[in-house]
Ligand binder design. Structure first.
Ligand code: SF4
Ligand code: SF4
Length: 557
């Protein structure tokens, strides 16, 4: 450790840090564009210039190491004047198109223009014009006029994604970014350059012009695209999911997420194919019924079957709470012996960065809950064989489209009673006798356990009907709050969906059980009491960044 003085105050800091790293850690503002904590230092934007006493010139904070006795000034007249000059220089050829720029509202250049520039331009020449709307690859569009040449995107591709696909070309004020000849920006992590670009030069072809930042609210969530469980912000507007962006968690995903997770794991939440209400089959057709009717029908019909005639399929796509209650319901209320869940492993689709071959967010959770039993391989084929032979006559399926496997579609039609709890119409719901419309991960509280045993929380970002408590304390945009109050504007909760723990608790109670849970947190409390692998955890200890499940040997990490 060394002692340095910043703006007249003494601090003890790590001797291996730079001035900028020390300031960031101490919460002292030094503006910067090109520096990024996870990339090598390039020192080309000059925005972090600071004065160090006894040094003749200003120095860049991102490259200057701290030293014992160093006296630093981050906001004296000399530094302020230098920053104003840098800002003036950066803005000379900038198009100043904030009103139509996607980055507006979350742009470093915009923020710094307010905070550190003179507020007027002395430049009355013609600006250099450069190409706009250049597709760098299938997912990212480049606006060369907005680029401030910080090189973050170039360094990201090389150092994090391991795919050097971008580079600078030309010189002086004609310098710009291009992909290498014959290359596209198409690596599996390409969209992270959009997040780290400090201006609106790199935009998402998927999200471009879909919403202004200030019209949306963001909720802390996790990606459900694979067993990594990258931490995310789920952005919503008018009760609709708009985009996912990564949330920093050094123990899980650092600052990044993959393009698949970003693009493919939230759109289903909005789709018309979502189940709107619970339904039962009558005379071969599905009709909408109330929750009470659906649950009462299921409770009544389940009584016709012996325990060994009932099989239950759980799902690593949904939470620990949902699966725990489904299992408890199955074992206590139906006495079913046949309980399992399918694996969703995509061999070969894995890397050393984030992506996992297990394409579900919670298979480790199900393992720790003991749903499959020790060391047993998936019993779904055996279950289906028993359905085929009519030994199993009733199936309860949660969040799995079992009939999407053509081999099982026909088999499932043999079941005398098929109860399905899921969020969208699919081949299995088409065959179902009773359908419970499920909340998605974007609409409920709960926990999921990633492949390393990190138990992480999800929270509702979108409101479903009857979910009034979700309104309390939620981080919703002004528009969402408006919409929820004034349904006639079509902005209110649209779907009558419930999470699995709630539905199967209600079903258990309708069958004479005593499942007294008021919230997902109540269920989790019981999990921590009953399942040793979760002992000692709570929603509070999991917090924003997750907590490790205490039993490691069970998950082999
Ligand atoms: S496109 Fe963005 S990240 Fe890349 S060099 Fe330009 S300003 Fe920096
Ligand atoms: S690596 Fe997995 S969890 Fe992370 S963003 Fe991609 S799909 Fe989602």
């Amino acid at each position: 450790m060394v002692t340095i003085t910043i703006n007249g105050k003494q601090y003890q800091v790590d001797e291996n840090q730079t001035i900028l790293q020390a300031a960031v850690e101490l919460g002292i503002e030094i503006p910067y564009f090109c520096w990024h904590p996870k990339l090598t230092v390039s020192g080309n934007c000059r925005m972090c210039l600071v004065e160090v006493e006894k040094m003749p010139k200003l120095v860049i904070g991102c490259m200057t190491k701290v030293a014992d006795g160093m006296v630093v000034h981050t906001a004296n007249d000399r530094v302020i004047e230098a920053r104003q000059a840098i800002m003036e220089f950066l803005l000379i050829n900038h198009p100043l198109d904030c009103p139509i720029c996607d980055e507006a509202g979350e742009c470093k250049l915009q923020d710094y223009a307010y905070n550190y520039s003179r507020g007027v331009s002395r430049f009355d020449e013609t600006k250099v014009h450069k190409p706009k709307r250049v597709p760098l690859g299938p997912k990212v569009l480049f606006d060369a006029e907005r680029c401030i040449l910080c090189s973050r995107c170039i360094r990201f591709c090389e150092e994090v994604a391991g795919k050097p696909q971008l580079h600078f070309v030309q010189r002086g004020d004609h310098t710009t970014i291009e992909t290498f000849p014959g290359e596209e920006l198409d690596n599996p992590y390409s969209m992270n350059v959009i997040d780290i670009c400090p201006v609106g030069a790199l935009t998402s072809r998927d999200f471009r012009f879909r919403s202004r930042v200030w019209e949306m609210a963001s909720t802390e969530s996790i990606c459900v695209g694979c067993a990594r469980g990258c931490n995310t912000y789920l952005w919503t507007r008018n009760n609709e999911a708009m985009r996912l962006t990564p949330r920093i968690n050094e123990s899980v995903n650092s600052h990044w997420m993959c393009d698949y997770g970003r693009l493919e794991t939230f759109k289903f939440v909005n789709e018309d194919i979502r189940l709107q209400e619970p339904m039962i089959k009558q005379d071969g057709k599905h009709i909408v019924v109330s929750w009470d009717q659906a649950i009462e029908t299921a409770a009544r019909r389940l009584k016709d079957f012996k325990p060994k005639e009932i099989a239950v399929i759980a799902s690593p796509y949904t939470t620990n709470e949902d699966n725990y209650i489904l299992q408890k319901f199955a074992r206590e209320m139906t006495k079913a012996v046949s309980i399992d869940y399918p694996d969703h492993i995509k061999d070969g689709d894995e890397d050393d960065i984030l992506i996992r071959a297990d394409k579900t967010p919670n298979s480790t959770g199900l393992k720790l809950l003991g749903i499959r039993g020790d060391g047993k391989k998936t019993g779904i084929p055996e279950m289906m064989q028993a359905v085929k032979e009519k030994k199993i006559k009733c199936l309860i399926v949660m969040a799995e489209d079992v009939a999407s496997d053509p081999a099982y579609e026909k088999v499932l039609s043999n079941a005398e009673l098929l109860i399905v709890h899921t969020w969208s119409h699919n081949k299995t719901t088409a065959l179902a006798d009773i359908i419970f419309s499920a909340s998605t991960y974007a609409e409920m509280h709960g926990t999921m356990t990633n492949f390393e045993g990190m138990v992480q929380q999800i929270k509702p970002a979108i409101i479903t009907k009857g979910q009034n408590r979700a309104l309390e304390g939620l981080n919703m945009s002004r528009w969402d709050k408006f919409g929820t109050q004034y349904d006639k504007w079509g902005r209110g909760p649209r779907r009558n969906a419930r999470p699995g723990w709630e539905v199967f608790s209600q079903l258990a109670n309708a069958m004479g059980g005593k499942f007294r849970y008021q919230s997902a947190e109540d269920v989790f409390r019981e999990i921590t009491e009953k399942i040793p692998a979760f002992k000692g955890l709570s929603y509070q200890s999991i917090g924003r960044l997750g907590a490790k499940a205490p039993v490691k040997e069970k998950i082999g990490v």
